[in-house]
Write a protein that binds this ligand. Structure first.
Ligand SMILES: Nc1nc2c(ncn2[C@@H]2O[C@H](COP(=O)(O)OP(=O)(O)OP(=O)(O)O)[C@@H](O)[C@H]2O)c(=O)[nH]1
Ligand SMILES: [K+]
Ligand SMILES: [Mg+2]
Length: 434
């Protein structure tokens, strides 16, 4: 079991050079090892300024040292942090010194979080949330990750698992004591009503998954339309830089060109595509094929056309929403054939377009808790299927078994809820049989 008791260390801060580098140690030898370099270390998150030295007495660096005794640390083990000057040379010199000590080694990817999970400090949803929080680039990604990483989501799943288990306990009690007079038979009506309520909440939560995905992976907006409608000009205007080639030649854009933007805290991914028309040019044909596919897969299609031009093609109905955009407003007057009219030349209508896009994005996530991993969604669907089965009727013992499986599926999402333990707690609360 040596691997489990290794003391691990790693650079916990970002790319070097930086103002400060944080080196973290975790494991039974964390304090002992750190004290060899830095002298006595206090625990209780009290920081001290120390000179770090090699075993031969030569100075490595000077910095803050913090000690956290188990279990009051991120990993639940003894932990020490060095806050040093953020240079590659300092970090590698300290690493080399640490590596000379027995039972100390560099941590593997995710090993600190793994230990935190093993020691019950965080559950799986929180681990996933932390990864998202660290990767968050937009305000909404941060907000969503905060919900996941600080236990809000886990509490929700725990509460559902508990309600299902309580229902099952009551049903099993009814089965066991059905020939005794003092068990009220009408209990089951209330029980099934609450199971029905959990079912409705589960379904609503599952429906929110798409919103979670859009916050995490971005809202896909595809700019589509006939050649020379001004698609690439619009992409450049939104990006505020020259991303795509613009010329007066129809058929300029061939490849799908993509820019990520942060609109009011939401990640919105814009795709400029080839103008759609009949073409004999092989390269253009391929571009048009890609353009159509992109539009089909988009969350939102902006269908551009110069105002009052003859409709050149009828697009296939995309999976997402479609907005009709009239372009080159500087040459035409506003027409109510379009959702938005705009001119890249004057900038008129661009704000209205941004507002219209944001309206679509914000409708995808209400700010409530949503599953944001395929893994979470899979267990949620499994749970809801078994709850549906239990609600469907049939033999009581089979219905109780469906509830047990549903609660277990919910428990697997956090990797924490032990349904049988829940059952003990619940049973100890009622006194059938006295
Ligand atoms: N007057 C005017 N001209 C515009 C406007 N927007 C774009 N144009 C011009 O229209 C022409 C075509 O613009 P692009 O952005 O290349 O059009 P596109 O839809 O990307 O064209 P393809 O890539 O060929 O499909 C260029 O000459 C642009 O300068 C506008 O708002 N007003
Ligand atoms: K063009
Ligand atoms: Mg173009």
């Amino acid at each position: 079991m040596a691997a489990e008791t290794d003391t691990i260390f790693a650079l916990s801060s970002g790319t070097l050079p930086a103002g400060i580098a944080v080196i973290r140690l975790s494991g039974p030898k964390a304090f002992e090892a750190a004290e060899l370099l830095a002298g006595q270390i206090f625990s209780g998150a009290k920081a001290s300024l120390r000179t770090l030295r090699r075993s031969d007495g030569s100075v490595l660096d000077k910095g803050l040292v913090l000690g956290f005794r188990a279990p009051k640390s991120f990993t639940g083990e003894d932990c020490v942090e060095f806050h040093l000057h953020g240079s590659k040379a300092v970090v590698s010199a300290v690493f080399n010194e640490l590596a000379t000590l027995t039972s100390l080694r560099l941590a593997e990817a995710g090993e600190f979080s793994r230990r935190a999970f093993d020691n019950g400090k965080i559950d799986l949803v929180e681990v996933e949330g932390l990864a998202d929080l660290i990767a968050a680039e937009t305000e909404m990604q941060r907000r969503l990750a905060v919900e996941h990483s600080f236990g809000g989501q886990s509490a929700l799943y725990m509460a559902w698992a508990e309600r299902l288990t309580r229902a099952r306990a009551l049903i099993e009690a009814e089965l066991d004591f059905s020939d005794e007079e003092d068990v009220p038979g009408s209990v089951s009506d209330r029980v099934w009503m609450d199971v029905g309520a959990v079912y409705a909440e589960l379904l609503q939560h599952i429906q929110g998954a798409q919103g979670g995905e859009i916050i995490r992976d971005g809202f896909k907006v595809v700019i589509s339309g006939p050649p020379n409608a001004g698609k690439s000009s619009l992409l450049n205007a939104l990006a505020k830089r020259d991303v795509a080639i613009v010329t007066e030649l129809a058929g300029t854009t061939r490849d799908v060109i993509h820019v990520d933007l942060d609109l009011d805290g939401y990640l919105v991914r814009f795709f400029d595509t080839a103008g759609i028309r009949e073409s004999d040019d092989l390269v253009e044909q391929e571009g048009i094929r890609r353009a159509k596919r992109a539009a089909f897969e988009a969350d939102l299609v902006l269908l551009l056309e110069e105002i009052d031009s003859d409709p050149k093609y009828t697009p296939e109905q995309p999976q997402g929403t479609m907005l009709f955009i009239g372009t080159k407003l500087d040459r035409h007057t506003v027409s109510n054939r379009y959702d938005v009219c705009l001119s890249i030349k004057t900038g008129e209508g661009l704000d209205a377009l941004r507002t219209a896009i944001l309206k679509q994005v914000t409708s995808t996530w209400s700010g409530s808790l949503v599953p944001n991993r395929a893994r979470q969604l899979q267990y949620l669907k499994e749970a809801s299927n078994f709850v549906a089965e239990a609600l469907d009727g049939g033999q009581l013992d089979l219905r109780a078994e469906s509830l047990r499986i549903a609660a277990t599926s919910l428990g697997r999402i956090t990797g924490r809820v032990d349904v049988e333990q829940l059952l003990d707690i619940i049973f100890s609360q009622f006194c059938i049989g006295k």
